[in-house]
Ligand binder design. Structure first.
Ligand SMILES: C[S@@+](CC[C@H](N)C(=O)[O-])C[C@H]1O[C@@H](n2cnc3c(N)ncnc32)[C@H](O)[C@@H]1O
Length: 221
């Protein structure tokens, strides 16, 4: 399909077929999905979770900005090599405490996941040892207006060949302008992140239209 050919786009039948063809998510992921909705805890889409697991298959050292109850963390941990590690940052101790219980019940050894309970920019700035890096992959999913600052903090810690992955870059249509943005809602910074990574020759970057938009950028080795 060429850039201008939109005569066919996948519809609900296609999405149902993809889901039916895919391996069922781990039972603990299904439990997390069941609690997140009713409790209003924002987690990424299942499609994006599957993509994170694929990307993580050869990523031993991962850092995540925005843990919540650990749904995206668990997708990555299940996709990683058995000795893979994740450092995940979220100031909300209640949510990360629940996340730890879910990870244990999914059979992930405690030693594989380190939680940093602090605002991410503070944690990167204050020399938190767990965040020294280098990292093979970063997943960004916290405050939208801080996305470019997360990139600044992470870039020197990214190993050659490392991935930058960011959720919500479509921001329900606000980033492209298909829906109106509001001042201070993070749209400006999401556009900045996408523009910076897409125009940086050191990165190969794409935006997948799954979930709320998943940016994937690979740092050239
Ligand atoms: C969208 S949720 C993360 C969802 C999670 N990645 C998932 O898909 O399962 C965003 C999280 O960012 C956390 N957060 C808020 N401010 C933050 C900050 N300054 N640094 C890091 N995380 C922050 C919130 O507490 C919230 O749990």
């Amino acid at each position: 399909m060429s850039k201008s050919d939109r005569s066919w786009l996948p519809d609900a039948t296609d999405f149902d077929w993809i889901e039916g063809t895919s391996r069922a998510p781990h039972a603990v992921l299904l439990e997390m999905e069941a609690v997140a909705g009713p409790e209003g805890i924002p987690i990424l889409s299942r499609d994006s979770g599957r993509m994170l697991a694929v990307l993580a298959t050869d990523r031993r050292r991962v850092v995540e900005v925005g843990t919540a109850i650990g749904y995206s963390t668990l997708w990555m941990a299940l996709g990683q090599p058995a000795d893979g590690t994740i450092v995940t940052i979220d100031p909300d101790r209640d949510r990360t405490g629940r996340a730890r219980e879910f990870w244990r019940r999914a059979g992930i050894a405690d030693a594989r996941i380190t939680v940093v309970n602090a605002p991410a920019l503070d944690a990167f700035a204050d020399g938190t040892p767990a965040l020294a890096g280098p990292f093979d992959m970063v997943f960004i999913d916290a405050l939208k207006h801080e996305y470019p600052a997360y990139l600044d903090a992470i870039r020197p810690r990214l190993a050659p060949g490392g991935y930058v992955v960011a959720d919500n870059v479509l921001w329900s249509g606000r980033t492209s302008g298909s829906r109106p943005a509001r001042d201070g809602d993070g749209t400006t910074e999401l556009r900045e992140l996408c523009r910076r990574l897409s125009s940086d020759p050191d990165f190969e970057t794409t935006i997948l239209p799954i979930g709320d938009g998943l940016l994937v950028a690979a740092l050239r080795p």
